[in-house]
Design a protein around this ligand. Structure first.
Ligand code: C2E
Ligand code: MG
Ligand code: MG
Ligand code: MG
Length: 288
């Protein structure tokens, strides 16, 4: 009996596995087709310089405009792309869209100093450098206007290999930011070992900055440490004026979050830029 039920269990288990594998394959082939069909789009969120309220850059955030499911956030498909190896194609599509948009803003006379693009660990292959150079050249964009955002986990996973690649990106002129800083491990080692340009303080620390002394102390320590080793600092998830004011007092250089703007579709981002251009400084940041 034991053997029999064991066998049944096994069979049931394989059927479930099978169903899951089929589902995954369906989504995978759908995503592959979606990339080819141009269903990926980027939304753009401004990053402001706190001192003078000027635009420092735009972060490109990918979305999938799914024909049936509507607009999908990256959390719904980026991890899947990472698992099934599609992240390489997805990443190239994102770089292509981001740099094409930057070139379009240049042509329209809208000043965007920098564009930040998120890059997954699996994209850190040696060919990445030449592909980026090719895309930059094709769009006539200088490498120094490109910032690559990597999370700490991207950097801890594959130490020496990643280091060589990051050095090559820096030599080329691009800058590198550590995203979600403070939530991962070995942060301090990374800063010493890798050619980083900027730290993005994770929004979990920003959330209670104005109300929680401990979070304020952590942010203060991160900022002091970052500045003492010459890193630019960006706070993410800034939603309230009090948070922005506190960040300004602590000397954080740039802010990004709903207070200034949500991630905007290309068209809305262009309108936002045009408005800013006409109005000069962004009032909320200039006031802080
Ligand atoms: P991230 O790079 O840390 O991006 C910031 C996320 O916080 C974005 O979510 C953004 O919409 C959201 N956000 C911005 N301001 C605020 C705020 O004031 N409050 C709150 N609560 N949230 C805010 P999104 O667009 O869903 O992206 C999630 C993550 O997906 C990104 O986190 C990034 O790790 C990843 N991702 C996005 N685009 C790409 C991409 O093109 N390639 C790769 N590999 N990953 C991407
Ligand atoms: Mg990011
Ligand atoms: Mg982030
Ligand atoms: Mg984050």
């Amino acid at each position: 009996h034991a053997k029999e039920s064991g066998g049944n269990r096994h069979q049931l288990f394989s059927e479930q596995m099978n169903a899951r594998a089929v589902e995954r394959m369906t989504v995978e082939s759908e995503l592959r087709a979606a990339i080819a069909a141009g269903q990926l789009e980027l939304h753009y969120q401004p990053q402001l310089c706190l001192e003078d309220g000027r635009l420092a850059g735009m972060e490109a955030l990918v979305r999938w405009r799914h024909p049936r499911l509507g607009l999908l956030a990256p959390g719904r498909f980026v991890p899947l792309a990472e698992d099934c190896g599609l992240i390489w194609e997805l990443g190239l599509a994102v770089l292509e869209l981001a740099l094409a948009q930057l070139a379009a803003w240049d042509r329209a006379g809208l000043e965007v100093p920098r564009i930040a693009v998120n890059v997954s660990p699996a994209q850190l292959r040696p060919e990445l450098v030449e592909r980026i150079v090719e895309i930059l050249d094709r769009h006539g964009v200088a490498a120094r206007r490109l910032e690559i955002e990597l999370t700490e986990s991207a950097l801890t996973a594959d130490g020496p290999a990643a280091n060589g690649l990051l050095q090559a990106l820096r030599r080329m002129g691009a800058s590198i930011a550590i995203d979600d800083f403070g939530v991962g491990y070995s942060s301090l080692t990374l800063l010493r070992r890798l050619p980083i340009s900027a730290l993005k303080i994770d929004r979990s620390f920003v959330a209670e900055l104005a109300t929680n002394r401990q979070d304020a102390a952590i942010v203060e320590a991160i900022l002091r440490m970052a500045h003492s080793v010459g890193l630019r600092t960006v706070a993410e998830g800034v939603e309230h004026a009090e948070q922005q004011a506190a960040l300004g007092e602590l000397g954080c250089q740039e802010v990004q979050g709903y207070l200034c703007a949500r991630p905007l579709e290309a068209k809305a981002a262009s309108a936002w830029l045009a408005g800013q251009h006409a109005g000069g400084l962004v009032p909320s940041a200039a006031a802080a």
